[in-house]
Design a protein around this ligand. Structure first.
Ligand code: ZN
Length: 453
């Protein structure tokens, strides 16, 4: 997916929820790989603060970022709007120190972004991709983060006030769902905590115009809730805004039990560290890079090692063409890898002085990987072998050289009566190097034809 920015500048203004001060913000288009940057144009040196978790300064009833004593309060609803509309690069000029509360939701920001127009850029978007589950808990808050093709947030809340009580919501985060279900969900507070918040110097700008207030047995606002799940959806909005501080979009299913800004931010820090330790994090200002299209196979990523592969397969050196299985879904899909070194026997003759991997061996590697998918999808495999019956639509797209890591992705198209049709694709990095359709049969070992002796 390509990076996006806005087409032209757009402004909006209003008072901040906590400081009660008026401020004006202007969204400005930004070049590729800029990320989201706040710029205090009301200060002479025009200090800039990137919207990444390293600059989080306070998490009390909202997320504040700061640098060298300059702050921007309550960034989460605006960041959620950027995440929800898929904006990667934007400069947000600020006159004032808090993002306007508007109606307590992300609606105004979404409208402003839509008014400005969204423009695709040339560079590919870089994303944080989680490859293994991660959990985190603190003070009764629990998170579970699971690998997933896209960002999805599931959220459970529990409040004593029966008007909110227990709520659960689970939403695939995409532009449509964000607009329809999340963007208009407003901030909420409970009447019995309002006094305390005011005493601690918060919600100076709070009013029934920018927050839902739940009293005893009734809502104080004259307009009704925008949906009966508005509170939990607002919590999803807040979490989405906080996750944006990772510095790039994320692909994962995040399940939250009762989290708020402090725990959200701790989770983002944890995810960041987790990905960095594994050399997998990308984004403006973050050193290591990773593209979605070329998943880096990490040393700990393994479903089957070579010994388990040899338990299932009769192939041995020099004809075993799979080193490891890194993904497996029975009867559906398998991903294997083969590290191609200069020591491969075939490079000696193919060709001297110009070593490239023979295309038929790439097909063999796909076949062996597909065989493992089959063998792991049927019972009693000890007495069975996989026979290939046909190969179709074979294409060799790019050469494979010593040092390349071949990634074979096999998907089952059909599986009936021990006969299976699969689509195979091989990649080096993000490049498709070969593809083929293959049909295979599982045969009992003792029914194999024998050679005459
Ligand atoms: Zn909020």
């Amino acid at each position: 997916m390509k990076q996006k920015t806005i087409t032209r500048p757009v402004s909006c203004s209003g008072i901040g929820l906590h400081t009660g001060e008026n401020s004006k913000i202007t969204f400005k288009p930004a070049p590729e790989n800029t990320g989201v940057i706040f710029e205090r144009v009301d200060i002479e040196s025009r200090p800039r603060i990137p919207a990444i978790v390293d600059y989080v300064d306070s998490v009390i009833r909202g997320t504040t970022i700061g640098k060298d004593g300059v702050r921007i309060h309550t960034v989460e609803h605006l960041l959620a709007a950027l995440a929800g509309t898929g904006i990667d690069n934007v400069i947000i000029e600020m006159e004032g120190n808090e993002i306007p509360a508007c109606d307590g939701s992300s609606n105004f920001f979404v409208k402003a972004i839509e008014e400005a127009g969204i423009k695709e850029q040339n560079a590919e978007r870089e994303e944080a991709v989680l490859t293994e589950p991660l959990s985190y808990e603190e003070n009764g808050v629990h998170f579970l983060v699971l690998p997933n093709d896209n960002l999805k947030i599931s959220f459970h809340i529990e409040y004593q006030n029966p008007l909110v009580g227990c709520q659960f919501e689970s939403i695939d985060i995409n532009v449509e769902n964000f607009r329809k279900l999340i963007a208009e969900a407003r901030t909420f507070a409970f009447l019995d905590e309002v006094e305390g918040l005011k005493k601690s110097g918060l919600i100076k700008g709070g009013s029934l115009e920018n927050a839902v207030v739940f009293g005893e047995g009734k809502i104080l606002n004259s307009d009704p809730l925008r949906s009966n799940k508005e509170p939990v959806r607002h919590k999803i909005l807040d979490l989405l805004g906080d996750i944006q501080l990772l510095g790039m979009p994320m692909r994962a299913h995040i399940i939250s039990f009762k989290s708020g800004h402090p725990s959200n931010i701790n989770l983002v820090r944890k995810i960041r560290k987790h990905l960095e330790n594994r050399g997998g994090l990308v984004g403006p200002g973050i050193p290591t890079r990773r593209r979605e299209a070329s998943p880096v196979v990490t040393p700990w990523q393994m479903v089957m090692g070579v010994n388990q592969i040899m338990d299932k397969m009769p192939h041995r050196y020099p004809f075993l063409m799979v080193d490891r299985i890194i993904e497996f879904e029975a009867e559906k899909r398998v991903v294997g890898i083969k590290n191609v070194s200069i020591n491969e026997y075939f490079f000696q003759g193919h060709f001297p002085g110009h070593p490239i991997m023979p295309g038929v061996l790439i097909v063999e590697a796909m076949g062996q990987t597909g065989g493992l998918l089959l063998m792991n999808s049927v019972p009693e495999t000890e007495n069975k072998v996989v026979y290939f019956m046909s190969l179709n639509k074979i294409k060799f797209r790019k050469p494979v050289f010593p040092g390349d890591q071949l990634r074979m992705v096999l998907e089952m198209i059909k599986f009936r009566h021990n006969i299976c049709k699969m689509k195979g694709r091989s990649y080096v990095g993000e490049d498709l190097v070969a593809e083929a359709e293959m049909t295979a049969m599982i045969v009992d070992r003792d029914r194999l034809p024998k050679q005459n002796t």
